[in-house]
Design a protein around this ligand. Sequence first.
Ligand code: UDP
Ligand code: MG
Length: 318
Amino acid sequence: MDRLASPTLTIIVPVKDEEDGIAPFVARVGPILDAVPTVDQWEILFIDDGSLDATMAAILVANQQEPRVRAISLSRNFGKEAALSAGLDHAQGQAVIPIDVDLQDPPEVIGEMVAKWRDGFEVVYGVRRNRESDSLPKRLTADLYYRAHNWLSADKIPEHAGDFRLLDRKVVDVICRMPERNRFMKGLFAWSGFRQAAVEYDRVERTIGTTKFRYWKLWTLALDGITSASTVPLRVWSYVGGVIAMLSLVYAAYVAIHTLVSGVDVPGYASMMVAILFFGGLQLLSLGILGEYVGRILTETKQRPIYVVRDQIGMGDH
Ligand code: UDP
Ligand code: MG
């Protein structure tokens, strides 16, 4: 049988500066995949997201020892979400599992995911039983984020679920067909629907390499997530404006009557300052939110590719 014949399962792994992570990843995940029942062909597809270190060299070495290890390399750092899109586009499997190279999400769970998939679920997402491996502020902000997202958006994203999940070919095809440049993966998964099941697992601390996500990046990701899934932040201002206009009307009537009854009331500096500052702030805030959306419309209308491939390893003619 052709080695590049469509495999049952593709593991997609976005990597950015993870030269020390490649070999341990393949050493641990390869045997696990070999042992999964009902999966006879698999591939591990690394997406090198513009690494500046020897990540590609490490992947080449891994590919020579294990030809089912393949890779595409992007022309620069496009970010994890774009790298995942590239992985989904190039995956050949009937099921696809994105996972981080740092093995914080235990690959042993893959067997369970495949079993659920064979039961007929098209999406099997991993849920972290504990988040102790994350710092307290990260946990709190993540919590707050999930809550805000699910409150504002009609497509609910499951709490404590990361990108580690099994996606059936049908789901992958839907996501690959989505034209948007803004690739907030969890939002896209949530939108696509299908029959979903969860498997629980414990997430461990990163032992190899360092985290690539700093707070500013996470904040940007959060904004991308909400603005791509919900227009509530845009629309809420009409209601805020309406309520304030109504209150102003009542207040205007009060001022008019008060002036008629007890004459002109000159002191009023404090209330005036409060009103000016409050409305100034409100207007800037709503303008800012408008800007967030307009900026994203600009990126979408440019219609640039989501990522650019520079090189590939072991992909055949694909
Ligand atoms: N990653 C990537 N591009 C980036 C940043 C990260 O492909 O711009 C990869 C990284 O190599 C890792 C995965 O995304 O495989 C998750 O990153 P990390 O473990 O640093 O995130 P954390 O677990 O701290 O949220
Ligand atoms: Mg990690």
